[in-house]
Design a binder for this molecule. Sequence first.
Ligand SMILES: [Zn+2]
Length: 312
Amino acid sequence: MKTITSFIAVCSTVFTLGFLGAPAHAANSTATRPVTPITHMKNPALARTQSARPANSVPSTTFAYHGGPVMTEPVNLYVIWYGQWPSLSRKKPVVQRVLRTLGQSTYFGINTAYTQSNGKHVTHTVHLAAETVDAYSSGKVLQDASVATIVGRNISSTPSFRTNANTADKNGIYIVISSSDVRNTSGFLTTYCGWHSSGTMGNIVTKFIFAGDPSANLIVCAPPTNRDHSPNDYPGMDAAASTIAHEISETVTDPELNAWFDDNHMENADLCAWQYGKTYSTNQAQANLQFEWRDYLIQENWNLTTHSCSLN
Ligand SMILES: [Zn+2]
C-alpha cells in the first residue's frame, strides 16, 4: 500500500480537501487509524479456471465497532465522470441504474444494521444527487492524491455539488469514476480496483470514492465469469458497478475510517469481496441482483445479523 502524508491543496482558494494516507493492510491492530484510502483489493482469482474463495470460508472474528460515526442522515451521491464520457455513452447507465436505485434495495439494507455509539443506524436513504463530467482536469495519469484534488476542484466548480450553505455536503459521497484510458499509478488495476477515503474541506468531513472502468486490465478487477460477456454488455462497467457498491457500503459504515473494520483493517465489503452467492445465467454471463429490472453481478456484503456474507 502507499502512503500519502501531505495535505493536498486543491486549486480553488475556497475549497481544499485534506487527504491523509497510511498503510492500509498492515498486520498490526490499532483502534485509531489515520485517515487512509481503504482499497478494494484485486480479484485473487485471476485465472479463468479459478473461482473466488467459497462464501464465508474466512469468517472474520475481529470485525467490530471502533467508536467513530456512521452515515445516519440521508446520503447524497455526487458522481464525477472523469475522462472521456460522451453524453450518449451507453457505459454510464450501467452504473447510474445502480446508483439511482441502490437505496431502495434490500442489498443496501444490509448496511442499516450498522450503528454508531448513540445507537443511530446507517440510513436506508440514498439519492443520486448530481453528476458532472470532468474531461481530464488532472490529466490522463493520476495518483491517489490526484483524486482528492479532482473532488475538491469539482465541488468548487459545480454548484449542485454544494449545500445551500455553499459548503461540501457532509452527507455526501463524492465518487470519481475514471474512463478506461485513464491510469492511476498508485495501484489501480495492479493492486486494487477502487477505494474510499475522507478529508476535511472547510470544516466539513468530505467522503469520497475512486473507481474506474477497469477495461484496460479486466482480469484484475472483473470476475472470471463476466470478462468476455457481462449482464449489461460492458464488462468493465459491470465490474465497476460492483466495486462502487462495495465502496459505498464501506463509506456509509466506516466513513471516517474509525467505525467498523477488523484487525486487518478489512471493512464490511472487504470481508465479502469476490463472493456473489447464488447466481443465474444471463447474457452469456452471471448475475445475482437486479437494479431497474436489469441484471447485475454485485458482490455480497457482511451481514451483522447472520455474521456471514449475503446479498440481503
Ligand atoms: Zn473495500
